[in-house]
Ligand binder design. Structure first.
Ligand code: MRU
Length: 348
């Protein structure tokens, strides 16, 4: 999934180049991040998004920050600034902790080069973990009796959301490599419409898919049109409760009612063993503006935002919800597939 055009993040000299996901799928634009401020803005404004990619971008943000000085104070300031960008995806905090642990014991003069190397290692480890998630998830798809296997996903947990391969979509890409036909129902994912990113990814990979309004998911599950639901995660608590893009919980409820297996795919860096349960996961509240407007192309093909509600309309915009462990069939990580209640065993 990584090519000259299809990449999420890469180094270029002493800058970091990202694909600006806030403009996709309508415009393909890359941006150069040159400073801590650039990296923090890219995460906060969702130019980069998706839990694993946020972690990788934060690690590179530390490397960019140390250009200005690599003492303890600079390092702490960089980590504090990046940690404050988005609250729910634990990969952000995981990556910053890993950077701190690696850099703190080093002499200041060595920290800058070491920060780039560690950020690179975090990106490579994410790609490798997602590749392994693909292999474990493929086994789940292989068990489905008919072809094409019919999957449903929510939001975007594809390569765009990671260093490479994706999490929930990694098994889809593995199935394609194995010559196993799949079809994916992709829910739009209001208000930010990350489902459009998933549709774009699948279109680029020539994988059959159908875009649906979020509210259509229950009917399709009820009609027996879905064999398996697979989504990503922003934080998995120690008891298996999982935060993911808002709307995930409704899909899990409908899947449970219809007897359709519901899987969560994420690298172990998304599991927060310090977080006992779903009620302890911080849920990001985003601007009402995102709900009051839709973004698309106007009739001349120019990107445009259109208001769909008056400015004065009160809006609640929680970006994530929590799916209780009891609604999750299994958690797929690079280490295998386990029922949510058993994930502690990966950390013993
Ligand atoms: O707000 P976003 O777009 O960063 O949210 C993304 C999601 O909720 C994804 O499903 C999750 O991060 C998993 S990405 C592999």
């Amino acid at each position: 999934m990584v090519s000259d055009r299809l990449f999420t993040i890469r180094e270029e000299g002493d800058a970091v180049v990202i694909l600006d996901q806030s403009l996709l799928p309508h415009q393909y634009v890359t941006r150069h991040l040159k400073s801590l401020a650039d990296a923090a803005h890219a995460i906060r404004a969702m130019l980069v998004r998706g839990a694993p990619l946020i972690g990788v971008a934060a690690a590179y943000g530390v490397a960019l920050a140390l250009k200005e000085g690599a003492g303890d104070e600079s390092l702490q300031h960089a980590c504090d600034t990046l940690a404050a960008t988005r609250p729910t995806a634990v990969n952000l905090h995981w990556a910053l902790t890993r950077m701190q642990r690696h850099l703190r014991p080093l002499p200041v003069a060595q920290r800058r080069a070491a920060a780039w190397a560690e950020a690179r290692a975090i990106a490579a480890a994410d790609a490798a973990a997602n590749r392994a998630i693909g292999a474990h998830g493929l086994a789940l798809i292989e068990r489905i009796a008919h072809r094409p296997a019919s999957l449903m996903t929510h939001c975007n947990a594809g390569w765009l959301a990671t260093a490479a391969w994706g999490t929930a979509l990694a098994p889809v890409y593995a199935a394609r490599e194995a010559g196993l036909p799949v079809h994916v129902y992709v829910s739009e994912t209001r208000p930010r419409n990350q489902g459009l990113l998933t549709a774009w990814e699948l279109h680029e990979a020539h994988i059959p898919h159908t875009l649906i309004a979020d509210n259509a998911a229950g009917l399709l599950l009820r009609q027996g049109k879905v064999d398996l639901v697979i989504v990503g995660a922003d934080r998995i608590a120690a008891n298996g409760d999982t935060a993911n893009k808002v709307g995930t919980y409704l899909k899990a409820l409908a899947a449970a009612d219809c007897g359709v297996p519901f899987y969560v795919a994420a690298p172990t860096s998304t599991i927060d063993m310090a977080c006992p349960g779903g009620e302890d996961i911080p849920i990001e509240a985003r601007a009402g503006e995102e709900v009051r407007h839709v973004v698309g192309l106007d009739r001349h093909g120019t990107p445009a935002a259109v208001a769909i509600a008056p400015e004065a309309t009160a809006v609640a915009n929680p970006a994530f919800d929590v799916t209780p462990a009891r609604l999750i069939t299994g958690i797929v990580t690079e280490r295998g597939v386990l029922p949510p209640g058993d994930i502690r065993t990966w950390f013993k």
